[in-house]
Design a protein around this ligand. Structure first.
Ligand SMILES: [Zn+2]
Length: 142
């Protein structure tokens, strides 16, 4: 265990996701019956109720749907402010994530904007945990 990091819940439904981040892949749960993708992961497909779960590896690009600049209260292991965004992945699911390297100096405004293109990166915390983080996408991915 690494002190000072908020550890996500890991369980049967989400293990594939964390195995993915450890391997440098952003995995999205996909129904093997109808092909619907979903996030967060769960046991049953919301489109066809099948329990036949698989996943796809996301391209790792998405668009900021909304975001907040978190300045207070303190977050263990984090130097504030941080930017937390809702990100619409190109595969059609929405997930929450931290946008790194987007916050600025004291009191400054964040560079993050709604509609901004992001690319996923992976923050290897320790052998058990790799967290996805997001950065501004390269020019050709916008
Ligand atoms: Zn389905």
């Amino acid at each position: 265990m690494t002190a000072g990091v908020i550890r996500p819940m890991m369980g049967r439904d989400s293990q594939f996701f964390w195995d993915g981040t450890a391997a440098g892949e952003l995995r999205i749960q996909k129904c093997n019956q109808c092909g619907a993708v979903r996030f967060p992961p769960g046991p049953a497909c919301q489109s066809c109720d099948a329990y036949d779960r698989g996943y796809v590896v996301a391209a790792g690009t998405g668009t900021v749907f909304s975001y907040v600049v978190h300045r207070h209260p303190p977050v263990p292991g984090k130097e504030l402010p941080i930017v937390i965004a809702l990100i619409d992945l190109d595969e059609g699911v929405r997930m929450v994530g931290e946008v790194v390297d987007a916050v600025p100096d004291e009191g400054g405004d964040s560079e993050v904007r709604i509609g901004m293109r992001l690319r996923v990166d992976f923050n290897h915390v320790d052998d058990e945990l790799t967290l996805p983080v997001w950065r501004r996408a390269a020019e050709e991915e916008r």
